[in-house]
Design a protein. Structure first.
Length: 93
């Protein structure tokens, strides 16, 4: 078994409050869950209304498959209109 983890730091330009940030992130997480079979969590920058650190994890037997899914997920988030990806990292356990 292999575990792949994708960390993404995003900037939410349109957010003017924590409530708007949560609305944007909830919509993004819903779309990711419906398209990819991954677990999602907000890992950092919880008190900053324009920044968020998201973590996505996936378990599988093949590292190449997991890496491909996480790369596609990164592209999906990067193309999302409401957030800008500022940094990312993929790790395997």
């Amino acid at each position: 078994m292999h575990i792949g983890v994708l960390y993404i730091d995003v900037f939410i330009n349109s957010s003017q409050s924590l409530k708007q940030k949560r609305t944007v992130l909830t919509g993004l997480k819903t779309q990711v869950r419906s398209k990819f079979n991954v677990s999602i969590g907000e890992l950092g920058n919880n008190d900053k209304w324009q920044l968020a650190t998201l973590g996505f994890s996936m378990i599988g037997k093949d590292n190449r498959y997991i890496d491909g899914v996480l790369q596609n997920l990164l592209s999906f988030v990067d193309k999302h209109h409401s957030v800008e990806v500022s940094n990312h990292k993929i790790e395997f356990c």
